[in-house]
Design a protein around this ligand. Structure first.
Ligand code: BGC
Length: 546
């Protein structure tokens, strides 16, 4: 592993959603030993780091983002010793590890929340969360009408130990995820302890969940809040009472001091819905160091739109002095092989509610575009976050039946939103077996028969497979070792084309017809390149030969 403290600037980070990666004990839930057993796969893929979504004890009201204990491992996923073994195996393979820090809220099973419920209104135990009296003659109405991200209200009423109705508490997500009060010094101190706990165990960095939500303006009269979403439209000027408050940055400056106690300094990446300019503050060298650029997630398949989005993210990184972080998929959105198989204006939720049949996706087109887009991203300066399974070209499992759904979005919104389970189905390793090699005992979300064709085993060693394309792209990216600049080529309509400082040119033809292939030696292509043309929906990497 390179000792370079700047290793993260152009790293390829692979997101593992632990419950759906590999199941070593056959209980249907992926676990840490399962991940350890697949380290050779991750090494061969050629990634620089793994980001592990939460593996902490949790009742799974929100897929583990409801944390009962921040400094432990869910017994269904293993033990702290298993965690240490995983870190050792990854490091031995030259792969770093980032863990998820969920600081906006704990779970309602956290010992602090249980103590808060047992304590009287106004007690210090309640001050770690956000409790308020209700409105109405008997406090029967919520303190205000703020909506929760998962709908409907952001407030839930408690029951006192004697059975009478009590105060209300704030939860921007599910009721099982009470928001912590970041004005309480004990909360702030405890997260410092958590960061040190994992950094001392060898963790190289952190992904900070909902980083823009921690500080709130709860002064009264409460201001109306149309939406508090993770990716939402809110004023980009710090005026929202619940999101992207200026005060939040004090927290990250204090975390930076902790990161810098370590050699090399620990790194972090903010999940935030702030726009590119305000996002730059989270990504500053005195704060978290990086912030996700989610902008490509909803950029339509259009060369002008892609180039504009990429330019805005590069500008944002210039403001912060950080490097951009590109991503096409994660555990919260429909997989991009399916998004690209649909018209850009498709309402993805309605499509999921129709079990992926209306409209019918053009999966061949989706895969073609997904491969071309992945190569485009991997040619850009900055770091790229991959989501497990995208290297297999996996589409969304859009037809999960209602009875297997786990996502609180589905339950809280009374079936109006199908939620995110379709991208969280365990990934297929083998073409046969009850869970396609995920484990010996089935899978916690059903895996469709067509997963067979996408399995790792079917793709390894097949030169045209998506897995081999990712492997080749990651290997080349490492070898080409470009600096952080990019020069755009003059625009041919429908084409995104640029050159890196080492003469490495990436050309993505986003149109449907072919364009002439520029001069240069072909390094890699996302699809067949017959003759001297770049076919539609194809990316070609060239090395300038002059
Ligand atoms: C995570 C989601 C989670 C939410 C609440 C996010 O942005 O990525 O999966 O539901 O935070 O923790």
């Amino acid at each position: 592993m390179t000792p370079d403290p700047q290793w993260w600037r152009q790293a390829v980070v692979y997101q593992v959603y632990p419950r759906s990666f590999a199941d070593s004990d056959g209980n249907g839930i992926g676990d840490l030993r399962g991940i350890t057993s697949r380290v050779p796969y991750l090494r061969d893929l050629g990634i620089d780091a793994v980001w592990l979504s939460p593996f902490y004890p949790s009742a799974l009201a929100d897929g583990g983002y409801d944390v009962d204990d921040y400094r432990n491992v869910d017994p269904r996923l293993g033990t702290l010793a298993d965690f240490d073994e995983l870190v050792g195996a990854l490091h031995a393979a030259g792969i770093r590890i980032l863990v998820d820090i969920v600081a906006n809220h704990s779970s309602n099973a956290h010992e602090w929340f249980r103590a808060a419920l047992a304590a009287a209104p106004g007690a210090p135990e309640r001050n770690r969360y956000i409790f308020r009296d209700g409105r109405g003659a008997r406090g029967e109405l919520p303190p205000n009408d703020w909506p929760s991200h998962f709908g409907p209200s952001a407030w839930t009423r408690t029951t006192n130990p004697d059975g009478t109705p009590g105060q209300w508490y704030l939860h921007l997500f599910a009721p099982e995820q009470p928001d912590l009060n970041w004005d309480d010094p004990e909360v702030a101190a405890d997260f410092i302890t958590t960061l040190r706990f994992w950094a001392d165990r060898g963790v190289d960095g952190f992904r900070i969940d909902a980083a823009h939500l921690l500080k709130k303006d709860l002064s009264e009269p409460y201001r109306p809040v149309p939406t508090i979403g993770i990716v939402a439209d809110y004023p980009d000027d710090g005026s929202h009472p619940l999101a992207d408050r200026d005060e939040v940055h004090e927290i990250y400056r204090s975390w930076r001091r902790v990161f810098d106690e370590y050699t090399p300094p620990r790194v972090a990446v903010a999940e935030t819905a702030a726009g590119p300019v305000r996002r730059a503050r989270y990504a500053g060298a005195d704060e978290l160091g990086q912030a996700f650029d989610f902008d490509l997630l909803d950029t339509p398949w259009d060369a002008v739109a892609f180039r504009d989005t990429i330019s805005a993210c590069l500008d944002g990184a210039r403001i912060s002095g950080s490097s951009p972080t590109w991503t096409l998929s994660n555990h919260d959105i429909v997989r991009h092989a399916s998004r690209y198989a649909l018209q850009a204006d498709t309402d993805l939720n309605r499509w999921l509610l129709a079990n992926g049949t209306d409209p019918l996706p053009d999966l061949a087109q989706g895969l073609r575009r997904a491969r071309a887009a992945a190569m485009l991203l991997l040619a850009l300066p900055g770091s790229t976050y991959l989501y497990q399974g995208e290297e297999l070209g996996l589409p969304e499992v859009a037809d999960l039946p209602a009875e297997v759904l786990q996502d609180p979005q589905w339950f809280r919104d009374a079936g109006a939103r199908k939620g995110r389970d379709g991208c969280r189905v365990p990934i297929p390793w083998e073409p046969t077996g009850p869970s396609f090699g995920f484990g010996s005992g089935g899978a916690h979300l059903p895996m469709p028969a067509w997963f067979s064709d996408y399995s790792v085993e079917r793709q390894v060693g097949v030169p045209t497979s998506t897995l081999e394309l990712y492997r080749a792209a990651l290997r080349l990216r490492r070898e080409l070792h470009a600096g952080e600049s990019l020069t755009w080529d003059d625009g041919t309509e429908g084409v995104v084309s640029f050159v890196r400082d080492t003469g490495w040119r990436s050309i993505t033809n986003m149109g449907s017809g072919p364009i002439p292939l520029p001069a240069g030696r072909i390094l890699l292509a996302s699809g067949p390149v017959p003759g001297h043309e770049v076919p539609g929906e194809t990316t070609v990497w060239l090395q300038r030969t002059t």
